[in-house]
Design a protein around this ligand. Structure first.
Ligand code: SAH
Length: 282
């Protein structure tokens, strides 16, 4: 029915058949912005797995784990757009154009992104570019690095008595010097701050937080390659953060706050953490 057709078009959902040269019909393409999680294939969502298995083409970054790409359908074409900090082999605008062009060929495109596509992942830019080009686009959430790192280390991001709130910030500094963040807000006690892309700016982050009033003794957990076989964790303090950061290469998350002391805590450390949080061990 004509009326139903219009309703579908307005919603932008469903597969539309459009006539193409010579009177044939092709399926319209679609782009799925899919979160791949932090690396462990078991942390993929069921939906991400289904889309990987059914996509015609998968556009991924260089750091996409081979074990996850191996789950793609053998017929799928894999395109590496090789993004890495300060070594983008394909600029963001070109990635946007590529996604649009593939979808306009009628393909089902999975744009696979580390963690969650909309947490420091530039998924928003790809989403808006597709929308502006009239290409059907959907977001599929993924386990963001902060959640995987905290769970893996046994350091809850919020915890009664230790942290009533958590903030995710980027340590990336556009100017190269230091990130532009609300330091007094981040320096509040009993508040967890998770810094993405913060390895190179760790000294500036530590300095600013201490200057804004956060205790130098505040525990800091550094997690490198969370959920991957080569994961490394270092527990340090805000004052020691600059030197501890030098031992790691990345990708690394900084978890700053009282809860960091709970990471892998055993024996006396666990007792001390419990006392700090004023809760009793059974
Ligand atoms: N969209 C991603 C974040 C991309 S920004 C997500 O939701 O997780 C890239 C930064 O994420 C890295 O510099 C690092 O700080 C963090 N990161 C991503 N994967 C990680 C991992 N497996 N272990 C530790 N940090 C990780």
């Amino acid at each position: 029915m004509a009326g139903e057709g219009r309703k579908n078009e307005r919603r932008g959902t469903g597969r539309k058949l459009v006539p193409l040269r010579g009177g044939g019909a092709v399926r319209q393409g679609v782009v799925h912005l899919v979160g791949a999680g932090p690396g462990d294939p078991e942390l993929l969502t069921v939906k991400a797995l289904r889309l990987l298995q059914s996509a015609d083409v998968i556009v991924h970054d260089r750091l996409a784990p081979p074990a996850i790409l191996a789950l793609a359908s053998p017929q799928a074409r894999l395109i590496d757009v090789g993004k890495r900090k300060s070594r983008h082999t394909l600029p963001q605008d070109d990635i946007n154009r590529l996604l649009i062009a593939l979808a306009q060929e009628g393909l089902t495109v999975v744009r696979l992104k580390g963690g969650d596509p909309f947490v420091f992942g530039r998924g928003g830019e790809e989403l808006l570019a597709c929308r502006a080009a009239g290409v059907e686009v959907h977001g599929v959430p993924g386990v963001t690095a902060a959640l995987a790192a905290a769970a893996g280390a046994g350091a809850p991001l919020t915890h009664r008595g230790l942290a009533q709130s958590v903030t995710f910030v980027t340590g990336h500094a556009a100017s190269g010097a230091e990130p532009d963040l609300d330091w007094p807000a981040l320096a509040r006690a009993n508040h967890t701050v998770v810094v993405y892309m913060g390895l190179s700016t760790a000294p500036a982050v530590a300095g600013r937080l201490i200057e804004a009033g956060r205790a130098g003794s505040t525990p800091v957990l550094l997690i490198e390659n969370a959920s991957r076989p080569d994961e490394r964790r270092v527990l340090t303090s805000l004052i020691e953060l600059p030197s501890a950061a030098q031992a790691l290469e990345g990708p690394v998350l900084l978890v700053i706050g009282e809860v960091a002391a709970l990471a892998d805590a055993q024996g006396a450390d666990l007792q001390a953490a419990a006392e700090a949080a004023a809760w009793r061990l059974a």
